[in-house]
Design a protein around this ligand. Structure first.
Ligand code: FAD
Length: 380
């Protein structure tokens, strides 16, 4: 019996496990899914958790019920892709025939003080700790470092939920730089309306217990600091001997198979997937198609069939601006902005539909009725 192990039950690990289990149902295959927590974390909603919203808790076991997948609640502490072995925190060593590596990324903590003094979004508990810290503040300053989409979503959500606090966004470049001029101007106006102080061109040198130090010596007082300025692959991948890129992501070929270990596939944020326009960056938009594709490739190869190359093009950049506003930037395949963008009420509805879609998607996937292309708006 072929044993397929899927490491990580985020959006992509869940999708890959369900897909491969359904596709190989009659092929004598056993699928095991490993995740550190029993909860399916909706990472897309972490900024909502951080702002104190009570969200539904989804159990991984309930989501995969009926698929025949075995769920192991355990932390992966070691991987030996040559010997086909995974070591778990419980002390257990599991053997696999095929592996789907879907462990996502963690916050890049290379800036001094981030590990000790900043909040990060590495897991659900981290977002809850941030929410608790914010709730305890009756006055003071909250600093969000990172002007990418996660930083902007977080700073607007926090400013909306805690109007009595001073909220500062530190961004190395212009915030929401990936958006077109008009959508970005809309984002800046929304932040202004929420009273957020935006510091573009700010280079953080160090995070201190009660401040953030900028290059040039300026200190910005900070009662609570959230760090969203970059992610990196888990050290586990590099330490295991898998070929990784400069950001620690597993380098894969056109069929999403590790270039160094042919029985290992990598998907989602954890994978460095090259397309004609460059290496795709971590989003659900791109990650879910990689998960389904890897599952289909494994199923096809087990049947002795041909594996098709993965092709993907971006479609949009959906961005919430608190609960009362949003902007959707439509994009070209390479994620560069088109002229079209959506704001206000329809953008809120659109963003919520996108955020909500993975769980119903998994339910449909379990029934085996969904073609992989249904999750992919563009084939690049
Ligand atoms: C606040 C925020 C907003 C976002 N908004 C958007 C958006 O609007 N659109 C979009 O496309 N993307 C968005 N993203 C990015 C998106 O969330 C990620 O691209 C997506 O979660 C990647 O999915 P994944 O399955 O690859 O990794 P993850 O979702 O990170 O899942 C990894 C899983 O592996 C588990 N794990 C990690 N290490 C171990 C270990 N050692 N042992 C066992 N289990 C482990 C984790 O617990 C987790 O369940 C957002 C991210 C954040 C933080």
């Amino acid at each position: 019996m072929t044993h397929i192990m899927v490491l990580g039950a985020g959006y992509t690990g869940m999708m890959a496990a369900i897909r491969v289990a359904v596709k190989t149902r009659r092929q004598g295959v056993r699928v095991t899914l490993v995740n550190a927590s029993p909860r399916f974390t909706e990472r897309l909603r972490m900024h909502q958790t951080a702002a104190g919203q009570r969200l539904t808790c989804h159990s991984i076991e309930k989501v995969i019920a009926g698929t025949g997948i075995t769920f192991l609640r355990d932390r992966v502490t070691g991987l030996d892709p040559g010997r086909h072995e995974v070591t778990l925190q419980s002390g257990r060593v599991a053997r696999f025939d095929k592996l789907i590596y879907a462990l996502g990324t963690v916050t890049d903590r290379s800036t001094p003080g981030v590990s000790e003094h900043a909040h990060v979004y590495d897991d659900h508990d981290g977002a809850v700790r941030l929410a608790d810290a914010l709730n305890r503040l009756t006055e003071g300053t909250v600093v969000v470092a990172g002007g990418g989409l996660t930083g902007v979503e977080s700073v607007t959500e926090i400013a909306e939920a805690h109007p009595h606090l001073r909220v500062v966004l530190l961004s190395r470049g212009t915030p929401a730089a990936m958006m077109g001029d008009s959508a970005r101007a809309y984002v800046l106006r929304a932040m202004d309306r929420l009273g957020i102080e935006v510091r573009a061109g700010a280079e953080v040198e160090k995070v201190l217990p009660d401040a953030v130090a900028l290059a040039g010596g300026e200190l910005i007082e900070s009662s609570v600091t959230l760090w969203t300025a970059g992610t990196t692959g888990l050290p586990l991948a590099r330490e295991s001997g898998l070929a990784v890129d400069g950001r620690g992501r597993v380098v894969v070929d056109a069929t999403l198979r590790s270039v160094s270990h042919p029985d290992v596939y990598a998907v989602g944020d954890a994978a460095a997937v090259r397309q004609s326009y460059g290496v795709i960056h971590g989003t659900c938009q791109s990650g879910i198609p990689t998960a389904l594709h890897a599952a289909d490739v494994i199923a096809a190869r087990l049947r002795g069939g041909r594996a098709r190359p993965f092709r993907f093009g971006y479609f949009h950049q959906p961005l919430s601006l608190g609960r009362g506003d949003a902007v959707i930037q439509f994009t070209r395949n390479d994620d560069s902005p088109r002229r079209a963008y959506l704001t206000g009420r329809w953008a809120i509805v659109y963003k919520e539909a996108v955020t909500r879609s993975p769980l119903p998607g998994m339910a449909l996937l379990k029934r085996g009725l969904v073609p992989a292309r249904a999750f992919r708006v563009s084939n690049g």
